[in-house]
Ligand binder design. Sequence first.
Ligand code: NAP
Length: 522
Amino acid sequence: MTHALQSYSEGHWQDGTGEQRPLLDAATGGVVATIPTRGADTKTMLEHARTVGGPALRALTFRQRAAILKALAKDLSGHLDELIALSTRTGATRRDTAVDVDGGIGTLAMYASKAARELPDSTVLLDGEIEPLGKGGTFAGQHIYSSKLGAAVQINAFNFPVWGMLEKFAPAFLAGMASVVKPASQTAYLTELTVRLMIGSGLLPEGSLSLLSAGPGDLIDHLTSQDTLGFTGSAATALALRTHPVIAGRSVAFNAEADSLNCSILGQDVSDVDPEFSLFVDQLITEMTVKAGQKCTAIRRAFVPAPLCDAVADALVGRLAKVVIGHPADTRVELGALASLAQRDEVRTAVARLITVARPIFGDTTKVDVVGADPETGAFLSPVLLCSDDVFAAPVHEVEPFGPVSTLLPYRNVGELTDATALGDGSLVGSIVSADATIVSDLITRLAPWHGRLLVLNTADAAESTGHGVAMPQMLHGGPGRAGSGEELGGLRALHHYMQRTAIQGHPELLQTFAITKPAPA
Ligand code: NAP
């Protein structure tokens, strides 16, 4: 019998109501699960998180919360096989699952160890030192962060059903807020399994995690000023939420991670025999194929010095021709399926728009050879490489093909490059592939205002580089403008989204009572 997804609220699993929509295996088209139109009552779910989960978490110190997260990461690691098997049904190869599932558990573990090392054994965070405010020494100020009293609502995208949840859950949990998770419908079955394992571990305080396995319903209507909303998804939904009367009217703390047209730049110092040339090509192939290009951080715009464009194109075509596409469980496969047939249609539409200004160099969205699967019933797509001779052609900087698609853009000088990259209107990440320190530092200065993260790649760091597309929990994930103007991860600063900063003013002796919450010197 097909599994009907359930929501978790008020300490038990609950059936949804309304129509049950089938969720299909990305590679075979078989039904994996069904998702109801409506899940558990959202008003009650939020209230339970606020009145049961939040207080239970705030009764624990940061270090006690960290110890739970550490144990949880260990427990989840013991269920990897189960998670990998279900992740395959989203179209993910083992390499793709490593980013989502292993990466999600790793993020949990990193937050746990960082918090255990760096946070005090208390419930309040100090921000800065005591500031004298009076000449006589009897009046001073101290900023503190304390946990918000509401629910931490998290709406996630389909492409990272595990990592997308855990990278928000971990800092919220540490900050003392109970999470209410709403996964994207398409891959909600993998989030549901992960939540079942988390709840089943018995490690989480009651009410600290709820799950809405359904459409959003009236979830947003019940938010209050002490709640927070973390969103990952399309720019269109981010805009709808940002301008929602409840979010705007009640000043609900809102963080958005939206789509972006990330770039990779080959420096003008590089020739086709330099190692950086190969590093640029390798990285672009990785970003086009991992998660079938369904990464918010994937490289959509590849800027190359105009004289090198043909050489880069030839090298990429040679590599793309060898990419094995097919059933994600087949160990030969390097490029699995997109999450759904609907997603494939969206990418086809996006490529059709790009082709109005860019010529195809490799791949055709209507033809694909696959191993171990049927190309019609599975959401398979050939990688597509395009080239736009007009570096300023608008669609290349506006249309996000959320699949294995990238466009080469030959640039003639740094001024042209700077202006063209800015047309993306804000990105999560950009790469600079160059061995010339002067070129690199000039580009960092030019590009930083438009980016949340910049990765410099050359032979000096390549062996250890975590790569363009990987959002490391220690570093900021987010970006200005089109990327949503939000900030996630970036170490323990991520906790601030879930806490209120307050300036406490009074006698320094009173302020010292907060100072004792600092961690004891090691
Ligand atoms: P989406 O259509 O915007 O959906 C994202 C989430 O929002 C889903 O959970 C969806 O639920 C929910 N949602 C849709 N309309 C809503 C509404 N009116 N109120 C409340 N929730 C609503 O995006 P997607 O297609 O799942 O994700 C793909 C996009 O996400 C890509 O453009 C990608 O670039 C971006 N992305 C960004 C990041 C990042 O970190 N910046 C990471 C991953 C993906 P349903 O599924 O139930 O409709």
